[in-house]
Every structure is written in structure tokens, then in C-alpha cells.
Ligand binder design. Structure first.
Ligand code: AMP
Ligand code: MG
Length: 420
């Protein structure tokens, strides 16, 4: 050996325990504290409101249903007449065509589901419990006063809150609004998001690949996820590792968007000039997060825009988007509840893990015959293996202190919930 000193190991992304790492929870909380919900409101048609965030509570202008009506096809009767041997059928009440007249002693009305209860009647007898002979009926024993009636206002009373502000409007809320006769809803404007990929090695589809070059896939996964969350998207393409072009693109992105997202380079790489640019034009922190995949993340502000510099590896991009960007976008859009569903499931495979970082392994969640949830790892968990995400329908979330799991252990899973 020469007189040279030994090479010392520097901290790297292969280290498992590093006290300087930020926990996933702390990173999430810090990001949440940076987000101020948008206040711009748009009025849209009920159909156009699907997936939008409702700006404020909507009170019901009416009772739903607006009349007492029958929940069954059958006969509207006066319960106190049921001791009579027979009742006379004096007419029919149809849904949308009420029976005009009173039900008097010893009488009843043939009634259809949804039809308004005729005056004087107080109970519905299912047709299956009735024997009809011409214009008279006999009723089976065991009926109860007031049965099979849908009461006025029992679904929603006039003045009650029918739709809660800050909810993401799904098909059921559109139907609810329509049932109240409401044709338009006030929703929060969609967040504007500008994003680009960075790297000299990236080529766009259609271009031939030279040795070492790859196709840019992050812009496609990001575009898909941003579309599903409900954002107005500006795709700024691929920006090479060039100081001037990067600075110009960052500034332009921040001028048109509420949120700027980049992948690769801008996290913790060796392209130091990206740090310099971001320091010059914004206030950005470069975090190392105790997670796998997706350890480097830069978060901050460029002018008024929130900035996320995601890692470059395709799986890391999706994981960090899901864990950090998604809740931020949902908060920004005015959504009140952004907690994701975590479920216990039994692992069918041994899951390898060293303590130190929270891992988001990819898994396939399914039902066992006995109804229990089981999860199967998709195999190789490399952060560049996008096909592992494609096969998966959930993350297997292994906490930082976990040593992995044995076959049959219960682990926590986070279903993709249609967003990945
Ligand atoms: P970097 O953060 O620039 O060191 O990138 C980390 C890894 O992610 C490298 O292997 C890149 O080639 C890869 N990568 C970066 N950007 C993209 C992209 N847009 N699509 C696919 N892979 C990418
Ligand atoms: Mg790069």
C-alpha cells in the first residue's frame, strides 16, 4: 500500500439508519403546514361537478322525499280497519299520479311504490299479504300501524345540510343534488400544476435511443396521476441538464402554476447548480426522508408556487407523489379529509427489510376464501422497476422500526384507491 489514507465511506442512500433523516410523518406534517387551500370558486353544472371539491355546505331547499309515500306495491289502508274482514278498493295511487280522495272507514286504495299516501290512510300492506276478490281485499294478520311508508323529509329535511363543503363530489352527491332540484354547484377551482422532467439522458417517444439514453416515463405517470386527482396540467416537457434552460423553466412554471413538480436532478443529486438556481429563485429545502424508495425530496416555494422536486427513479416518483404531493394537492383543492385507508392484511410472502426507514413495498391485495385480506409482494422492489407498480394494487407499508415480516404475519397495506 502507498502512503495514501484509506477511502472513508460517505453517507449514502444505501445507509439504513441515519439520524439526520426526516420521518415520513414529519415530512407530511411540514408539507401540510405549507398548503393554504385555494379560495377561488367556480359555479358548474351538476354533471360537470364530478370529482370537484364542493366549496361550501349546501342546505336542502326541500324535504326529501317531499311527501309521505309508499315503499311497496300494495294497498294503502287505515290500520284501525284491519280488524274488518274485508276492505273495499276505491281506486289506485300511482307514482307521480296521486289518488284524489279520502280513504274512509272500511276502504283502501291500491298503491304503487313511490305513490303519495292517500288522505286518511296510514299504513301500507304488501300485495303479497293480500287476497283480492274483485273490488275487495282480505289482509293477512300481523300488520303494524305506519309500516312501509317513506316519510316526508326522512332522507333529508328542508334546511338540513345535504352536501358538506370540502367533500370530493362523487356520483352519489350529483344524484343527491339533483334530488333536491339543484342544477349547479359551487366548487373550488382546480389547482394548476406545471411539471417537467430533467436529465440529458431522457428521450421522448418516437426518438431513437443512443447508448445510455432512456425514454422519459415520469411525465406519463405524473400526467396520469395529476389527471386523476383533478388538476389543470401544464406539461413543460424534458429540460436538459442546462443551467439557463432550467432556471428559465422553473421561473416560467412558477408564474403559471400553483404547484411546480419536477422529477430527477432537483432532489439530492450531483448537479449542484440546481440547488444554486433554486436558492436564487425560491426558498427550497432539500430533505432526506427515512423512506424507501424515494429518499431525496426537495420541497419549498418558487415565488408563490409550491415546489416539489421528486426523485428520478420511476417507482420513487410514484411513491413520493402518492405520499406527499397527493395530500398537498387535495388540501390545496379544498378537500377536508385527505387521510388514506390503511388495512391489515396477512402476507403470503416473507418481506425483507432492515430497520431505519419506512418502506412502501408493492403488493397485490386480495380476499382469501375465509374472507381475510391477504397481500402478496410483487417481488423485486428496485426503485426503477416500474412493472412492480403495474402489477400492484397497494403499498405494503412497513414502519421504520420494522425488521420485515414472516409468512403469515399481519402487515399494513394502503390500497391505491384508483389514483395510481
Ligand atoms: P437522477 O435523480 O437524475 O439521478 O435520476 C435517477 C434515476 O432516474 C436515473 O436512473 C434516471 O435515468 C432516472 N430517471 C430520471 N428521470 C426520468 C424520467 N423522466 N423517466 C424515467 N426515468 C428517469
Ligand atoms: Mg439526472
Amino acid at each position: 500500500m502507498s502512503s495514501q489514507t484509506e477511502v472513508q465511506n460517505q453517507p449514502s442512500c444505501d445507509d439504513f439508519y441515519d439520524p439526520a433523516l426526516l420521518s415520513v410523518k414529519v415530512a407530511c406534517d411540514r408539507i401540510a403546514s405549507m398548503v393554504a387551500p385555494l379560495t377561488d370558486i367556480e359555479q358548474v353544472s351538476v354533471r360537470g361537478a364530478l370529482g370537484r371539491i364542493l366549496a361550501a355546505d349546501v342546505q336542502s331547499p326541500v324535504d326529501v322525499p317531499n311527501h309521505n309515500n309508499s315503499a311497496m306495491d300494495g294497498y294503502a289502508v287505515r290500520a284501525r280497519d284491519l280488524k274488518n274482514a274485508e276492505l273495499v278498493v276505491i281506486g289506485t295511487a300511482w307514482a307521480g299520479r296521486a289518488f284524489n280522495g279520502d280513504v274512509a272507514k272500511g276502504q283502501c286504495v291500491r298503491i304503487m311504490t313511490g305513490a303519495v299516501m292517500p288522505e286518511g290512510s296510514d299504513t301500507v300492506i304488501m300485495q303479497e299479504q293480500v287476497e283480492r276478490n274483485g273490488d275487495t281485499i282480505r289482509v293477512a294478520n300481523g300488520q303494524k300501524l305506519g309500516q312501509h311508508i317513506r316519510r316526508s323529509g326522512e332522507d333529508i329535511a328542508a334546511g338540513a345540510i345535504a352536501l358538506t363543503g370540502g367533500c370530493r363530489l362523487s356520483p352519489v352527491e350529483l344524484g343527491l343534488a339533483a334530488s333536491l332540484g339543484i342544477g349547479e354547484l359551487r366548487v373550488v377551482r382546480r389547482p394548476r400544476v406545471a411539471f417537467f422532467s430533467n436529465g440529458d439522458e431522457l428521450r421522448s417517444i418516437g426518438e431513437p435511443l443512443a447508448l445510455g439514453e432512456i425514454y422519459d416515463s415520469n411525465r406519463y405517470t405524473l400526467h396520469g396521476m395529476l389527471t386523476r386527482v383533478g388538476t389543470d396540467i401544464t406539461d413543460l416537457g424534458v429540460v436538459p441538464d442546462d443551467r439557463d434552460q432550467l432556471r428559465e423553466t422553473f421561473v416560467r412554471a412558477a408564474s403559471i402554476a400553483d404547484v411546480v413538480i419536477t422529477s430527477a436532478g432537483a432532489s439530492v443529486g450531483d448537479a449542484d447548480y440546481i440547488h444554486e438556481i433554486l436558492d436564487e429563485i425560491g426558498q427550497v429545502d432539500f430533505w432526506k426522508i427515512a423512506m424507501k424508495p424515494g429518499r431525496p425530496l426537495s420541497v419549498g416555494k418558487i415565488a408563490d408556487a409550491l415546489f416539489f422536486g421528486l426523485p428520478g427513479n420511476p417507482v420513487s416518483v410514484m411513491v413520493t407523489f402518492y405520499q406527499f404531493v397527493l395530500p398537498a394537492l387535495r388540501r390545496l383543492a379544498g378537500e377536508k379529509s385527505v387521510v388514506s385507508l390503511l388495512l391489515p392484511a396477512r402476507t403470503t410472502k416473507r418481506l425483507k427489510k432492515k430497520p431505519g426507514r419506512t418502506e412502501f413495498q408493492r403488493g397485490v391485495l386480495s380476499n382469501c376464501e375465509d374472507g381475510e385480506l391477504t397481500v402478496t409482494s410483487t417481488g423485486d422492489q428496485g426503485s426503477g422497476i416500474l412493472s412492480s407498480m403495474s402489477r400492484a394494487n397497494c403499498f405494503i407499508v412497513l414502519p421504520a422500526d420494522s425488521h420485515g415480516a414472516e409468512i403469515g404475519d399481519i402487515v399494513t397495506v394502503e390500497p391505491f384507491a384508483g389514483l395510481v
